[in-house]
Design a binder for this molecule. Structure first.
Ligand code: HEC
Ligand code: HEC
Length: 380
């Protein structure tokens, strides 16, 4: 699963120590014919050394098959920013009470999504939306982040949760001050940005650089597309044909991330309002319309990527759909009817066998290239 082989912190240091011990032994006894080179000094006490091993500088990962990642297109993503961003992404000091990091809601093993319908922020506050996965995120068809697209870049996006009172609950200034107060971070800001200044734009850019390296590709569907006819089972191949054909899923779930990056109403969250009430009351969450102020966007949300979707139930912007099979089954009847439902929903009628085949195909979209774990040590 891992794209970059992780150097085990401590392994190199203990090898060096062993060498040093051997050298000392050799010097004492004067026995050995084989000259043992003097071991370089190992300043284990210096905190930077431990930090280096805990979060090593790595080359940008080779994009896996099918991932749209293209490092030349994002020259601001550098290994040094990625390293710094990896610390920040997992650092709870970015939240007002020190309890949450980005990774609290975007868990690596769940494609950087969450297993709960809605997020719980600091002090147990309930959010209203599901945390989406973060995969191939720096390479969208259209740059629009959040379910309603209110952020236009990954770096802009990263500031959102920090300052959201019910997520990390900080102010942007407060979060920057908290990180600025950590002297141990300064050398890494210098490495990434040329000097030690710590501000919210640099914090956001470093986090975005780290997110940019969370890629997904080399799924069985990617290998099938690349010509390996044995990569998909018969059911998965039927599902694939439906997805791109009669099911019309690819009208919206298209391109390398299986999303058009646009906003559509498929009826999630609709509850018919009482007679006489304005119809938009049927949506607790107006979605894109709250950002675009265009009533036609009522109840419309960004088409999510379907890469690795089997890994992060529940589904949809409000996490209201428990399983992948239930999510696909909603399309049997072309989504939930409501006054703003997309005309692009043309899948139905789908048989239950069609649903199973589609679910099988979606499972073949599980890829690799994003897995990670928190750095073992953080700057102090
Ligand atoms: C309390 C849980 C929580 C925390 C903490 C959190 N997020 Fe999120 N994240 C969410 C939720 C919920 C959404 C969807 C919100 C929306 O669409 O309005 C989201 C959306 C996103 C998206 C948009 C993905 C897309 O496809 O549009 C990205 C990227 C992201 N978060 C990154 C981060 C980063 C970086 C941090 C840390 C600075 C962070 N998140 C902290 C819950 C959280
Ligand atoms: C009109 C555009 C459109 C079409 C066509 C479409 N989808 Fe979607 N799909 C969406 C949108 C938008 C969402 C998110 C809706 C929400 O949360 O309110 C979504 C959500 C999903 C999800 C949940 C993903 C997640 O991470 O929560 C799955 C699975 C899915 N679609 C599969 C399909 C399949 C299979 C088809 C074909 C049968 C299909 N979609 C056709 C737009 C579309």
């Amino acid at each position: 699963m891992r794209l970059v082989r992780r150097s085990r912190p401590g392994a190199a240091a203990s090898a060096l120590l062993a060498l040093a011990a051997l050298a000392a032994l050799a010097a004492q006894s004067g026995c050995c014919a084989v000259p043992v080179p003097p071991a370089p000094p190992v300043p284990l006490a210096a905190p930077e050394v431990g930090l280096e091993a805990a979060n090593p500088l790595r080359p940008l990962p080779e994009p896996p098959l099918g991932s749209p990642a293209d490092w030349a297109a994002v020259p601001w993503v550098t290994p040094a920013k990625v390293r710094l961003g990896r610390w920040l992404f997992f650092d709870t000091r970015l939240s007002a009470d020190g309890t949450l990091s980005c990774a609290s809601c975007h868990q690596p093993s769940l494609a950087f999504s969450q297993p709960t319908p809605r997020s719980t922020g600091i002090r147990g506050q309930q959010g209203t939306r599901k945390a989406p996965p973060i995969l191939n995120a720096a390479f969208p068809v259209y740059p629009a982040f959040f379910w309603d697209g209110r952020a236009a870049s990954l770096a802009e996006q990263a500031k959102g949760p920090i300052a959201n009172p019910i997520e990390m609950g900080h102010t942007l200034d407060g979060a920057a001050a908290a990180i600025r107060g950590v002297a141990g971070y300064r050398p890494w800001f210098r490495e990434a940005f040329g000097d030690e200044r710590v501000d919210i734009d640099r914090i956001a850019e470093a986090i975005a650089a780290y997110e940019a390296t969370r890629l997904s590709g080399n799924s069985r569907a990617d290998r099938f597309d690349a010509g390996d006819a044995t990569a998909l089972t018969a059911a998965e191949q039927r599902g694939r044909a439906l997805f791109f054909g009669r099911g019309a899923c690819a009208t919206c779930h298209l391109g390398p991330n299986l999303t058009d990056g646009k906003f559509h109403n498929v009826g999630i969250g609709w509850r018919a309002p009482p007679p006489g009430a304005p119809p938009e009351r049927g949506f607790e969450d107006l979605g894109r319309a709250a950002v675009s102020h265009d009533p036609r966007d009522t109840g419309a949300f960004k088409t999510p990527t379907l890469r690795d979707c089997s890994r992060h139930a529940p589904y949809m912007h409000d996490g209201s759909v428990a399983t992948l099979r239930e999510a696909v089954a909603l399309y049997r009847t072309n989504g939930q009817a409501n006054p703003w439902k997309s005309e692009k929903l043309r899948a139905g009628p789908l048989s239950w066998e069609d649903v199973d085949d589609l679910v099988a195909f979606l499972g073949a979209l599980d890829g690799e290239g994003f897995d990670d774990e928190p750095p073992r040590r953080f700057p102090h």
